[in-house]
Design a protein around this ligand. Structure first.
Ligand SMILES: [Zn+2]
Length: 193
């Protein structure tokens, strides 16, 4: 899959990914400023409900919006999506949403938020803020350390069973490959013997 990566939601520098599939334009985690790059109607996919990953939704012509049921309340709750704490204006997205698990291939990865998801396409995994190329996401922003521990062992197994050349697309920072992720990310190497 060919995708483009745009840096949005300054100063949070969120990776917003854009790709076309079967004639539909998809946007993963649209942050503020995405309308500079995307003008056409889109299907929006959200890895998790934090404000920096959803703040660009109101800028777009949204055909459909997919998010996990556990994080969906964050669309309309500026305290829960942390815009009240981290931004100078509340982020409220008053759109109908659909369950991302029924529309797409996902992996439930609670820890950074309760409803965090990997979104999986052929050759590409969007990991949100659960795992980055060389570290993992914070658990003190509405997440859970217990959940993250379980998630880390699950996703290590998940990545070991994927083709090693697949691309890993995190919510911040550089993209990587499954192979390099498993080699470089210290949080996914703890079980290596
Ligand atoms: Zn986040």
């Amino acid at each position: 899959m060919n995708f483009k990566r745009y840096i949005t939601s300054s100063p949070f520098d969120v990776n917003t990914y854009v790709f076309e599939m079967n004639g539909t334009l998809y946007v993963v985690d649209p942050g503020e400023g995405i309308s500079q790059f995307v003008k056409d109607p889109v299907v929006v996919l959200i890895t998790h409900g934090h404000c920096d990953h959803i703040s660009g939704i109101p800028e777009l012509q949204v055909k459909e919006l997919f998010i996990s049921p556990e994080d969906a309340h964050m669309l309309t709750d500026p305290a829960a999506n942390l815009s009240l704490s981290f931004m100078d204006h509340p982020v409220v997205v008053e759109l109908e949403w659909k369950d991302i698990d029924s529309g797409f291939k996902t992996l439930k990865v609670p820890g950074h938020t309760k409803g965090s998801r990997f979104i999986i396409f052929d050759g590409v995994v969007f990991t949100g803020d659960t795992v980055f190329s060389d570290t993992i996401g914070r658990i003190d922003l509405g997440g859970s350390e217990e959940d993250m521990k379980v998630t880390l062992s699950r996703i290590e197994e998940f990545f070991r069973n994927l083709p090693q050349e697949w691309i890993v697309c995190p919510g911040h920072g550089e993209t990587t490959t499954v192979k390099d992720l498993l080699r470089r990310n210290p949080f996914l190497r703890r079980n290596v013997t």
